[in-house]
Design a protein around this ligand. Structure first.
Ligand code: SF4
Length: 375
């Protein structure tokens, strides 16, 4: 089996943001677990080395959480244990307040060649409301510092649809993001996830979520501004300068195999999917008894695999190539999903021809309505 992408989850943050439902724990509460974590990851990797044929990795992604809370020598240790192809893409997610120029240079010499910075907003009051730990200036300084440290592939994350955020603020955020001239920009629409502090405030009526129409207007504005600046809108939430699409995330959307290591990581190998334990203690306990730290696993049937391939592939501007799909799954989407395709075409959300299909511009704004049809 060809497994050429690896995700490593780093479940530590300095503090929890108000909207966050990712699996991450305040690092000050993690005791010795934080220091032990790289060794646990190596132990987990060994279990896969015994069971699966790990190919030379083309992409490695340290996600979180806040992976930049690891020390560069720990990243180096992990990378030295991983079989890598020529010129792999190795991404580190980072938060500005955990970085400085020396640390960025050390990450680069440890092997990191793509930095993904969680900036989220350039508005001080919105950053404070979200519970973020950096200022707009710190974020801008860290992009410049990353350049000086030799990192030439930088992504920044921004969030829109925040409570209280207006169009002028979003325009200012886009202008500030463009001024940084990064290779890649990811834009996330805020969703209030159950259990988060903001969700609780919404339930209590003390937080007013953003209006859906305003959110759509923000995304449309961003699409136009980023396109005018030379970015390709290659995936619903992602924009890249030519040649800088995230190779790791493309593997997810093209439904290629990937392994996940770490607390709450997930992996997908053909029709097999697994999810790791979310608690630090359970993760450690299982590994220390020589078992995979699984929370759950599932075997998808062919219908589920095809549905997944469709709604993941439709996230991409390239869309679904009918011939390639038929070669892989033995049936053309035009036969298997004819009714859904015609319905979404009629609604103006999908564009199909004899070779393939992709979301229309309106479909990009209303992607979930399309994806639901194929589930
Ligand atoms: S930094 Fe990221 S992962 Fe950590 S709490 Fe904030 S949003 Fe969640």
């Amino acid at each position: 089996m060809n497994i050429s992408s690896l995700y490593i989850h780093i479940p530590f943050c300095l503090r929890k943001c108000q909207y966050c439902d990712f699996v991450s724990y305040p690092v000050a509460d993690c005791g010795g677990f934080r220091e032990q974590y790289p060794q646990l990851l190596l132990q987990e990797l060994e279990l896969y080395r015994e069971q699966a044929e790990l190919s030379l990795l083309h992409t490695i992604y340290f996600g979180g959480g806040t992976p930049s809370l690891l020390q560069p020598h720990e990243i180096e240790l992990l990378l030295s244990a991983l079989p890598q192809a020529e010129q792999p893409e190795i991404t580190l997610e980072a938060n500005p307040e955990t970085l400085d120029e020396a640390k960025l240079a050390a990450f680069a010499s440890a092997g990191i060649n793509r930095l993904s910075l969680g900036i989220q907003s350039f508005q001080p009051q919105l950053l404070a409301a979200m519970g973020r730990g950096h200022s707009p200036q710190q974020a801008q300084d860290m992009v410049s510092a990353a350049r000086r440290a030799g990192l030439s592939n930088i992504n920044i994350d921004l969030i829109y649809g925040l409570p209280g955020q207006n169009l002028e603020q979003w325009q200012a955020d886009l202008a500030a993001a463009l001024a940084l001239e990064t290779e890649h920009t990811s834009l996330y629409s805020l969703t209030l996830e159950p259990g988060t502090p903001w969700w609780q405030q919404q339930q209590q009526g003390t937080l007013q979520p953003a209006d859906d129409d305003l959110g759509a207007e923000m995304l449309e504005l961003a699409i136009d501004r980023l396109a005018a600046a030379g970015y390709q809108h290659y995936e619903i939430s992602n924009f890249a300068r030519p040649g800088y699409a995230s190779r790791h995330n493309l593997a997810y959307w093209r439904r290629e195999n990937y392994l996940g290591l770490g607390v709450a990581a997930a992996g997908c190998l053909l029709n097999y999917r697994y999810y790791n334990q979310r608690s630090l203690e359970d993760y450690r306990r299982l590994l220390e008894s020589g078992q995979r730290p699984l929370f759950d696993e599932e075997h998808l049937n062919i219908d589920q695999v095809m549905s997944e391939a469709i709604f993941l592939g439709l996230r991409l501007q390239e869309g679904i190539d009918f011939a390639a799909f038929a070669e892989q799954y033995g049936i053309s989407p035009l036969k298997r999903f004819r009714r859904q395709i015609r319905k979404m075409e009629a609604a103006g959300l999908l564009e199909a021809d004899e070779t393939g299909m992709r979301l229309s511009r309106r479909g990009v704004l209303l992607g979930n309505q399309v994806f639901m049809q194929f589930v």
